[in-house]
Design a protein around this ligand. Sequence first.
Ligand SMILES: NC(=O)c1ccc[n+]([C@@H]2O[C@H](COP(=O)([O-])OP(=O)(O)OC[C@H]3O[C@@H](n4cnc5c(N)ncnc54)[C@H](OP(=O)(O)O)[C@@H]3O)[C@@H](O)[C@H]2O)c1
Length: 279
Amino acid sequence: MKPIALITGASGGIGAALAYVLAADHYNLVLVARREDKLKEIAEDLKHRFETHCWVVPQDLNEPNAAQKIYDQLVEKDVHVNVLINNAGLGLRGKFTDQAWENDHQMLQVNMIALTQLTKVFVNDMLEQKERNATEEVRLPYKVMNISSLAAFQPGPNMAVYFATKAFVLSFSEAIAEELKHSGIHITTVCPGVTRTDFLENAQLATPPQGRYTDWVTQSAEEVAQEAYDALRQNKRVHITGGVVNNLSATAASVVPHKYLNPLTGWLIDNIGGGKDIW
Ligand SMILES: NC(=O)c1ccc[n+]([C@@H]2O[C@H](COP(=O)([O-])OP(=O)(O)OC[C@H]3O[C@@H](n4cnc5c(N)ncnc54)[C@H](OP(=O)(O)O)[C@@H]3O)[C@@H](O)[C@H]2O)c1
């Protein structure tokens, strides 16, 4: 029996790359995002390559109660998720006072509220599954991967709401990992650095094609997905992708006084977004 993983934001970028990594490791998948055509394309390809069974669930996570709607649809089909991957997310560069409230609200809703509600309904279901299947011989994994960001480790002037949402994801996930440590359900938080996906253009952090980012400070979606999956398999609590540069950046954020760090971060975000060749 193949375990089932649900991936949000599976229509592109890191989420789509994760779908391929998990399919290759014998998972069946629930693919969630707004673009149904993209999800169906990926599902068809995964079926062809890995004989993966995919349930395509088109859902806007910006809608209130989106997580419960997804859960109810799956329960109706008697689909129970073993691994939840909260990957969908969006960011937007710009001064807080210049941003439309609708954009801030969407970031809060998708990056935090939908992620939190998905975690609640699916972790509770995992606890019930574990009880129901306690006597079964085949042991299925029960895990959650929450995608945060390097942005979680410091405030982000000129991208204040996005950075704060990612700090929330890290704090929330670490806390429930501790609460659940004797339950057999593992929570892994993954913090990618700059990753070459549509996120950069959508967040106005890059001008096409993916601005002036050079490879040494960035990763591909496939690299991030493989590292994230390895961390999940090892039940790591927190994993910063991208090796030494990103780990140094996270460490620096915890030791450099914020009165120095904040202006530097604000300047970097402002200038990256302007597409200037600063790397
Ligand atoms: N790229 C980076 O530099 C970077 C760095 C650190 C962390 N991250 C995090 O990594 C995660 C994945 O980002 P990515 O780089 O792969 O970005 P991406 O290529 O833009 O993909 C974002 C995914 O989220 C989905 N999504 C966005 N809004 C949604 C909504 N309202 N409802 C449902 N799905 C929605 C999109 O699907 P639809 O458009 O089809 O709905 C898409 O599949 C995000 O949480 C992001 O914050 C990215």
